[in-house]
Ligand binder design. Sequence first.
Ligand SMILES: Nc1nc2c(ncn2[C@@H]2O[C@H](COP(=O)(O)OP(=O)(O)OP(=O)(O)O)[C@@H](O)[C@H]2O)c(=O)[nH]1
Length: 874
Amino acid sequence: MAINSIQFTPLHRAITGGHTETCELLIRSGSDVKAVDDEDQSTALHEAAAQGLTGTCERLILSGADVMAIDTYQETPLHHAADRGHAGTCELLIREGADVNAKDQMGTTPLDQAPDQETRRHWKNLEKQAKQERSYHELLQQSGGVKVNRFKVFVGGKETTGKSTLKRSLNKGLLSALIQRLPGRSVDKPHDPTPGVDIGTFHVPGVGEVSVWDFAGQSEYAVTHSMFMDAENTVFIVLYSILDDSETQEKQVHWWLCFIKSCNPNRRPDVILVASHADKVEPTTAADHTSSPHPLVSSHCSDGLGTQVTFNIPQQVLDKPGRRRAARVVQAMQAEFKDHLRIADEVILMDCRKTRTLEMDKLKSLLVRISEALLHHQRDMPRLSAKIMKRLPKWSESKTSPKCPVMMWPDYVSEVKAFNRHVTEDFLDKSTRFLHHLGEVLFITPATSDHILVLKPNWLGTDVFGPIMAPDNFPISHRLRTSRDFVTRAEIQEVFQDVADVDLLITLLQEFQLCHSYNGREFIFPGLLMQTMPPDKWQLTQEPKVVYFGKQVQCADSTDMFSSGFFPRVQTRLMRGLENRPLLWRDGAKCADRNVEGLIKLSPDGREVNICVRSAQGDKVQCGKMLQQLENIIADVLDECSPGTGTVEKVLSARALKEHREEFYSYGKKEISKAASEGDTIVHPTLGFTEQVSDLLCVVTPLTRYRPELVKALGRVEPILDRLLSRGILGDEDRDCIRAKETPQDKTRELLDIVGRKGERASRVFKAILEQVHPHAAEMIKEGRLCGEDEDPLIKNRPQLVQELKYVVEPILTHLLSRGILSDEECDIIKANRTRHDKARELLDIVGRKGKVARQVFKEVLEEVSPHLAEMVA
Ligand SMILES: Nc1nc2c(ncn2[C@@H]2O[C@H](COP(=O)(O)OP(=O)(O)OP(=O)(O)O)[C@@H](O)[C@H]2O)c(=O)[nH]1
C-alpha cells in the first residue's frame, strides 16, 4: 500500500478531498480498506465518517472496512460522524454494528455526542434492533432454524370489562356450551381481579393452541405490564363494556391502544376491539335499536374438532342494540391509530360469559385469520431456542422449587449441556435472549451476580408483581405511602412466605427497577406512592442571583403515552443515580446536588414531564450538568419501558419558572431558533411576556464562558463576518442584524450570540476562522486564557497543558483521588465532560481553584505521570 509523504494512503486522500469516484476506483482496484494512516491510526472509514460521506461509508463497509476500528484516541468512525453531526452517516454506522456506547480514550461515547435526547433514543433503538437482527442471523447460521407455531393473544382493558371471563369462554368447548344452555344454569362468576398478568396456554376450540395473556385492569398492576407487552406473533384484544357511556369507552380503549403502541416500536400490531356485556343492553332505551321484524336465521359454526353445530339466531341479535355505538368506537380508533396499529374492521359485541354465540364465532374466525397471516410471516426459531422452549415446562416442574420457577445460570447451562454437549455459553446466552425477546422466558442479567432465568413469566407477573402491587396485600398499606414509607426485608418475607428464596425475589424486584434500597434492609417502591407533590415543596427564593432552566418532554401526539411503569422507574433511577437521596411523590421528585436543586414533575394528565433546575448562586454550569443528568435518566427509562412513544422536547420558560406559576410554560424548538435568528428575544404566546433566548438555554460553551474577554479582544468583526457568510454559517439577515448594532462591542456580542445559537458546527467553524484572523482571541476560547491572569502557570501554559494533559487525565485523577486532593464527585464532574480537551480544562480549573497544596501535589503527580508537564506547572 502506497503511503504518501504526509503519511496518508491514497484512499484517505481521495476521501479527504471529497473525490468519491476516485475512492470507488481505488476500492474496486483492491485498495486495502483497513489500512490506517501513520498520523493517528485512523482508517478510511474514519475519514469518510468524519466527512459525512454516507455512500462511501457504505461502500467501504461492504468491502470489509471495520465499523469498530479505533484510532489512536480510541475513537470509532461513529465518534467522528457523531461529533460532526452527520445524522445519516451515524444511522448507517449504527445499523452496520457500530457501538453507540463505545468509549474513546477519555470515556466519551458517540451517544454523548448526540445533538438531543430524541436522537439519543433513536440511535439506541436502532442499535438494539440491529443487534437483535445480527444475533438472530448468527444463531440461524450456526444451528439452523425450525418452524414453531407460537401464537399469542394478549387481552387488555379496564377492570371488570370481562377479560378473564372471555379467556375462560375461549377455552371452553362444545360440552360447556351445551351445559351452559341447560335451563337454570348460571354463567355468572363473581369478579376476582387478576393480579398482574395471568398467562395460560391452552387449546381454543376452533382456533388451535394459543397462549393467552390476561392483563389486569387495575391501574396498580399496570406498573409492570410494559415488561410483557412487546411481543411478536401476537394479537391484542382490547375489551370495553358496552354499558359505559361513549366517552368512557373511548377513553379506556384509547389508553390501552396508546399503551400497546408505546411498547411495540418496530411493528404494527393487530388489534381486535371487543365490547362486553352485550346481554345487559336495554333494547328499548338504546338509540340504535333497529325495530324491524326478526325472523329466525340459521348459522353454522365449528367446535374446532370438525363438528358442525347449527344455531338458530334471531335477526334481532344481528341488529343488537349497542352495535352502532360499538361500531363508532372501532371507527374512531381505526382513524386515530391508522399509522400504528392494525385494528380489525369487525364490530364484536358479546356476552363474554357465553361460549357458543355468533359473536364468539366471529371473534374466533378473526383470530384464525390473523394467526394464519402472522404464522405465514413467522420467522424460523433458532434450533437451540426451540429445543429449550420444549423443555421449559418439564424443567419448571422438576428442576426448580415448586413456588419459584427460576433457574440460575450455572444450573441452566448444565441442563442445556445435558442434551447439547458442545454448546458454548455465548451461544446459549444469545439463544436465551431470543426466547426472552419472544416472551417465552425472562432472562435477567444482573451486573454483579449470575444470570437468572425465569422459566414461567406468568409466575413473575401474577405471583410476584401482583402481591407487591396489590394495595390490600402489602404491609405498607396501613401507612401513608409517602416516600418515607419503606418496606422491610422481613415484611417482604412475610408476603412471600411460600417462596423459599426471598433474596432472589428482592434481586428480581430490583432488577426490574421496582424498588431501591439504600441499606439492603429497607426498600422503597415508587409504584406504591400515593401522595402527590405539595406545592410548598418548591418554594420561591429571594436570592438575587438565582437562575432557572428547564426542559419539557411531551408526548408527540394523541396516540402517545408514557407507559404506566415509566414514572416509578424514573424515580428508582433517581434513587440509584443521584448522590443525594431525592424526595419522591407519586407525580414528582426533588433533588439537590452542590448548589443546584432539581425538580421533575409529571403533568396531571401524565402526558408531559417537566424537568427544572435552579441555582440560588447563579451557577449555570452546575445547572447544565444536573439538567443533562435528569434528561438522560428520562430518555433511558423511556427507551426501556415506552420505546414506541414519540416525544417532543421543549424548553421551559425561565421567567415562568422564576415566578413559580402553577403550570409549566414552554417554547418549541422551532420557535426558539426562529426567535434566536431574529434577535435574542422571544414572546410567550399565552403569557405575553418577553424573555431573552439566551436566558432559556443552559448551554455553557467557551463562547459564553469567555464572552466578556472576547468582546474586549475582538475589535472589528467584518473579516470574521465575511468568512462566516462564505462558509454558510451566517445568512444575509444575520449579517444585517450584526451590522445594525452601533458599537464594535455590541456587534461582537450580537455575533457571539448568533453563532452560539447556531449550534456546535457553527462554533467550530467560528473558532477555525478566529485562528486565521485573530489567533490571540482563538487561543482565548480554545484554552480559556483570561486577561490579567498571565502570571499563573496553569493559565499561562494552559494551551500546551490541555494539549498534553488530555491523554493522561485518567491516571492523574486516580492519583489525585488517592492523595485526597480530589473527591469522587470532582472526578465525576471532570469525567462528565464531553471531550478530552474539556476534561483536561476542567481538571486544571478545579486544581487551580484549590490553592497551593493542591497545586503542589498536582505537580508531584505530573512528575510521576508525565515529567515534562510538571515543569509547565512549576
Ligand atoms: N352479564 C355479563 N357479565 C359479564 C360479562 N363479562 C364479564 N362479566 C362479569 O363481570 C365480572 C368481571 O369480569 P372479569 O372477567 O373478572 O373482569 P376482568 O376484566 O378480568 O377484570 P380484572 O381482572 O379486574 O381486570 C364477572 O362477574 C363476570 O361474570 C358479560 O359480557 N356479560
